[in-house]
Design a protein around this ligand. Sequence first.
Ligand SMILES: *Cc1c(COP(=O)(O)O)cnc(C)c1O
Length: 357
Amino acid sequence: MTSRHTDILRAEISALHAYHVPPATGFLKLDAMENPYDLPADLQAELGRRLASAAINRYPDPQGGGIKAGLQTAMGIPAGFDVLLGNGSDEIIQLLAMLVMKPGATLLSVEPSFVMYNMIATFCGLEYVGVPLNPADFSLDLAATLAAIDKHQPALVFLAYPNNPTGNAFDAAAIEAIIEAAPGIVVVDEAYHAFAEDSFFSRLARYPNLLVMRTLSKLGLAGLRLGFIAGAPGWITELDKLRLPYNINVLTQVATEFALEHVDILNDQAATLKVEREKLLQTLNDLPGVTAFASQANFILARVPDAPRIFNALKEKKILIKNLHGGPKVLDNCLRFTVGRPEDNAVVLAALKEICS
Ligand SMILES: *Cc1c(COP(=O)(O)O)cnc(C)c1O
């Protein structure tokens, strides 16, 4: 690429860094909210048989009909609403941004939250507005959010419920007030629904501008890349026009249908992780100088005395977590721990005790 060629690039893309995934081979991997459990061996064997007979010479079912039927049953999507499947919910965020990307259109979210909302706004040339959360407890600043909605008239609002990287679920009444005030689409992103107490599925019927997005990634199928969004048929029809043909590949369709037939196993694993989460929260808070925040997700945010030092010391011990220090100021000295199996969490705690003493 010569300097003449760089002229054709968009300046806002040149200024970006690609989404960074740190190498994790040989590490206890607790940085990306993956489910640590394998499928039981008999189900692995059965899945192998199904994948072996998948028609990989053919294009996949363009609508992913088998998955949609499985999701209706496994997830309890309310009747009367349509579903669109994405290659991860990341792809669906991008489709939503493309749907509204008129010059000057705004995507609004809160800060800190899921980084892809801001990144995809940039990809699509949308204005991005991030309203700060209350720094003390990461709750919604409703007055500030409503004022920003009034001022910027966002075409699209994203609220992660529970929020990443903070782990808390925002006040549902405050989210409802935002949905009522927003002039455009409000997406409630329920990536962590399996670990949370509440869902906005039951509110779809009340709000015509509400869409509820989920992913199977955090439930235990991150490798399959399957996200979905549910909402009024009018919205889903428009989004479907932007979806690239065959976005869900044959192997993902077969494996997802199979996993949804056995969703009880994934839900049981999530229930175990919820119990582990509460134990980890308690033990983190017992460490000197550590403040761990209550979570409704499968991770815990904690403020520590010296996050870079602790992060690096854990890395030395082949434990990979997420260091949030150096990002937004409110996350100074914050680390994010994905909840692992009891034995994983014990390894982390033993290491932390040693590092902190
Ligand atoms: C992990 C995550 C996603 C992305 O999920 P994929 O389906 O794996 O693309 C979306 N939203 C939030 C809030 C997340 O934390």
